[in-house]
Design a binder for this molecule. Structure first.
Ligand code: URA
Length: 263
């Protein structure tokens, strides 16, 4: 069975479980089993099949010996390495399970994140919570971080030199968390973790990359989904791929009541 067919099987399985439990699918309205008609047999070909594997850039972040993720975050919270520190309210290190097997990586904090010092707590964050739940996880079971840790003024894109200055911190987080799967959100983190900076999302979605032994799957940024809700279904299918890769890599079981791989 090809990868696309397997994803359709997962989609149908998930929707069947929801139906049995009488639960609504929070991420997508107006979706049902009939949308995946071939899932029980062979699913129709759509888009390109996922393929492996491109090496990412070199690791360079270094934790101090024995340093915990929390201690590392506290040590770097007063960072002044790039100009973003001048306009920030709070440094946004990351949040979630310090030993998570799945790590989500966005772009950079927005206004609400800058106020609270936490990633993805504004409107995009509410949608991200649903995206995470759509494959059976809570936010406490995974970890969320960003390419840059301080808010770019006016929510502009992070600049290459800002990403470069912040990069060692993210790599250190990776070394400490040791996830099995990275899910990138939007084109900045997708380009970086697939080793193809500047590449378009359409060329990276559906690929299974590898970054220093960690599998990489990419999907849209939640803010893009808020602007274009037609992309939500594609996002969910990306997430099913991420979940499949996670299960294959031996990721821990999720608490999600709905998604049970193998059922
Ligand atoms: N967008 C991001 O990329 N990260 C956040 O933390 C919030 C919004």
């Amino acid at each position: 069975m090809d990868n696309r067919s397997e994803l359709y099987q997962l989609a149908a399985q998930f929707l069947r479980q929801l139906e049995e439990r009488g639960e609504a699918f929070l991420l997508l309205e107006n979706i049902n089993l009939a949308d995946y008609p071939g899932a029980q047999a062979a699913a129709p070909e759509a888009g390109k099949a996922p393929e492996a594997v491109k090496p990412g850039p070199e690791l360079s972040g270094q934790p101090r010996p024995g340093e915990s993720l929390e201690a590392f975050g506290a040590r770097i919270a007063s960072c002044t390495r790039c100009r973003l520190h001048e306009s920030r309210t709070k440094f946004v290190f990351g949040a979630g399970h310090p030993g998570a097997d799945m790590l989500f990586i966005g772009e950079g904090p927005g206004a609400e994140e800058d106020r609270q010092g936490l990633p993805f707590v504004g409107r995009s964050g509410q949608l991200l919570t649903k995206i995470i739940a759509s494959i059976g996880f809570t936010r406490e079971e995974i970890y969320i971080a960003n390419m840059v840790k301080c808010r770019p003024p006016g929510n502009r894109d992070p600049r290459p030199e800002e990403i470069e200055e912040c990069n060692g911190y993210l790599l250190t987080q990776l070394e400490l968390i040791k996830p099995k799967v990275i899910v990138t959100l939007g084109r900045f983190s997708a380009g970086y973790f697939h080793g193809s900076p500047g590449a378009a999302m359409r060329d990276l979605r559906g690929q299974i990359g590898e970054f220093h032994g960690v599998k990489v799957v990419s999907t849209y940024h939640p803010a893009a989904l808020l602007r274009n809700s037609n992309w939500k279904r594609g996002c969910w299918e990306d997430m099913l791929l991420a979940r499949k890769v996670y299960d294959q890599a031996g990721g821990r079981a999720s608490s999600g009541a709905v998604y049970r791989p193998g059922n």
